[in-house]
Design a protein around this ligand. Structure first.
Ligand SMILES: [Cu+2]
Length: 306
């Protein structure tokens, strides 16, 4: 039996060596409003944009994958780990081109004071908290983005928003007093991994239309709010279209499943499941081989006993 136990121990060691705890392969980035990573990084949707080309040129090395802009063990000390001027890259060399101070980054146009729906592509779900900041009025896009440009308080903080059709959904009320070019800065501090994710989404904010009948019910009717969120958590989106499912939403929204597929393919949920299946099969084969060799060795020893 000693031989069997030794063999079993060997098998355990072999399996542990070949299949260490599944590494966190991928992660996420905002696709609405589109972030610089989701637009420009490897697998990005607008890699041909002039700003993205300039970012690649400035990067000086291969770009990281769009969903992989993360730092370990920050634990909320963002400003200690991410210096001024490096907010959009998280100070990671493979993303440094995203820090360029330019006015032509892929941009989302929105009305000041409106409710913004954020979709944060989650290529692998994690638990955690999103903190969303918006640059203060007077932010100059021609200067490097610093912490002082962001309001001291996030405009939205949400823990574990729902993940639907591959994206976390959140809604944020945009302040009325921001117009022109701004940056929405999203921090995803995960709790199920050591990582914190950073991203810049560029916005062009239009002053809200002067509404003569801007009182009470008339206004509410003109700008319907998203219906009560399912989780009853502030900032969590469950708009009527989304509640009705992607098919009812129409337009590009329903093609969410294809968002940022190519570079994410390695880390796509389905791919992970396939990879896990392969690992299980290989591990099972190793165990079977180990058991068979143990049994064979036992028999061999038995046959040699007088
Ligand atoms: Cu991850």
């Amino acid at each position: 039996m000693i031989v069997v136990r030794r063999t079993a121990a060997l098998v355990v060691v072999a399996v542990a060596t070949l299949f260490p705890a599944a590494p966190a392969l991928a992660h996420g980035a905002p696709i609405q409003p589109i972030s610089r990573t989701a637009a420009c990084a490897t697998g990005g949707q607008q890699a041909d944009a002039a700003a993205c080309q300039a970012a690649r040129a400035a990067n000086g090395r291969p770009f990281g994958t769009f969903d992989n802009l993360r730092l370990p063990n920050v634990n909320g000390r963002d400003q200690e780990f991410v210096p001024d001027g490096s907010l959009c890259s998280g100070d990671l060399p493979e993303f440094q081109g995203l820090d360029l101070a330019r006015t032509d980054w892929p941009t989302t146009k929105l009305d000041a004071g409106s409710t913004l729906t954020i979709r944060y592509r989650g290529t692998i779900p994690h638990q955690g908290t999103f903190r969303v900041y918006l640059t203060k009025q007077g932010y100059d896009p021609k200067q490097p983005l610093g912490w002082a440009d962001l309001g001291s308080k996030p405009i939205l903080t949400v823990q574990d928003p729902p993940l639907r059709a591959g994206a976390y959904r959140m809604s944020a009320k945009l302040p009325k007093d921001r117009t022109g070019r701004h940056v929405l800065y999203t921090v995803w501090q995960t709790s199920s991994t050591p990582d914190t994710y950073y991203s810049c989404s560029d916005l062009q904010l239009k002053a809200p239309p002067a509404a003569p009948a801007s009182t009470g019910p008339a206004k509410a009717a003109a700008a319907p709010k998203p219906k009560a969120s399912r989780s009853a958590e502030p900032g969590v989106v469950a708009s009527p279209q989304e509640a009705a499912g992607p098919a009812a939403a129409g337009g590009p929204r329903e093609s969410e499943e294809t968002w940022l597929r190519p570079a994410a393919a390695q880390s796509d949920d389905t791919q992970d499941r396939v990879a896990l299946g392969h690992q299980i099969i290989i591990a099972a084969l190793i165990v079977i081989a180990g058991v068979l060799s143990a049994v064979g060795f036992q028999r061999f020893r038995a046959s040699r006993r007088p």
